[in-house]
Design a protein around this ligand. Structure first.
Ligand SMILES: [Zn+2]
Length: 301
């Protein structure tokens, strides 16, 4: 592991700035308006959308339908999620369009091991030379390009994707990761997949410090015939992950599918961009879905 990617205790590091108040964008920036004009909710996964600064040092560089998040620093950048293999071309073009060099990306992070979010990781690794930091469960999927056997959607016909041949650093899900002065705090949030993670970081770029949470898809969907009730460890992990997201310091919540966190409405100023209740609301939706799923299974659905 390089000096720039060092394990770091989080405690004591995140109290430097005052908590921002909930605030909607009264006058969305041109880039935010442009993205919202080009992209619809639930839009196509490989449809290009122009990149934009969300806040401070944090940028959205994904497609209209799949998120990819770039966090920049003078000491190197972190990139979370690749999109599909095809979508990764758009991600790379968006990074360049912002004036950043993909070779300055020093750390590739990810949420969950499905082709629509990590299918382009091999391409991004080739373009950046950066290691991928993920869970052991997700690492297996990255190295094969095939859905995991223990994935609730393992029989859903997900396509394969180019396997990752380069460096993968397996995380324990506890230790923080540092680039520049930004600390990335991992949260294991299994359930949608066994190896899923969510990430939080504090962005003290202009104009104020905010806590970001990139909350994974906490959605209990599966192939036909799969019963979450038959996998109590996965369900317990999912409940624990939902609780972590709900409790995380959270001013801006993002999600692998932008619509899941109402990103378009928030970029347009129709909903608050900065909203301390965002993670709790996101977690409440996930908990409700899991409860319904288990109730439906119990009822024979
Ligand atoms: Zn998924």
């Amino acid at each position: 592991m390089s000096a720039r990617i060092a394990a770091l205790a989080l405690l004591g590091l995140l109290s430097a700035c005052a908590t921002p108040k909930p605030v909607a964008l009264a006058d969305p920036a041109p880039a935010q308006r442009a993205w919202a004009a080009a992209c619809e909710d639930n839009d196509e996964w490989d449809k290009p959308g122009a990149p934009l600064r969300i806040h401070g040092n944090t940028y959205y560089v994904g497609t209209c339908g799949i998120s990819s998040i770039l966090v920049v620093s003078p000491d190197g950048h972190a990139l979370i999620d690749s999109g599909t293999d095809k979508g990764a071309d758009i991600v790379l073009a968006n990074i360049k369009a912002l004036g950043f060099d993909p070779r300055d990306v020093k750390m590739l992070l990810m949420t969950h091991e499905h082709f629509d979010h990590v299918g382009g990781m091999a391409k991004l690794q080739a373009a950046t030379g950066a290691p991928i930091l993920t869970t052991a469960e997700a690492a297996i999927v990255l190295r094969t390009g095939l859905p995991g056997h223990d994935d609730p959607q393992s029989n859903s016909g997900h396509p394969s994707f180019p396997p990752v041949l380069g460096k993968i650093i397996e995380l324990d899900g506890v230790h923080d990761q540092l680039i520049g002065d930004t600390t990335f705090h991992p949260m294991r949030t299994p359930g949608h997949t066994p190896g899923a993670m969510s990430w939080s970081w504090r962005d003290c770029g202009e104009p104020t410090c905010v806590n970001f949470v990139y909350a994974d898809s906490l959605n209990p969907i599966s192939s036909d015939g799969y019963r979450f009730a038959d996998h109590p460890d996965l369900v317990a992990g999912m409940r624990a992950g939902i609780a972590k997201v709900a409790a995380a310091p959270c001013d801006i919540v993002l999600a692998p599918h932008p619509v899941a966190a109402a990103m378009r409405a928030r970029l347009l100023g129709d909903k608050p961009l900065i909203d301390q209740s965002g993670c709790r609301a996101y977690a409440a939706v996930a908990a409700g879905r899991l409860d319904k799923r288990l109730a439906d299974e119990a009822a024979g659905g």
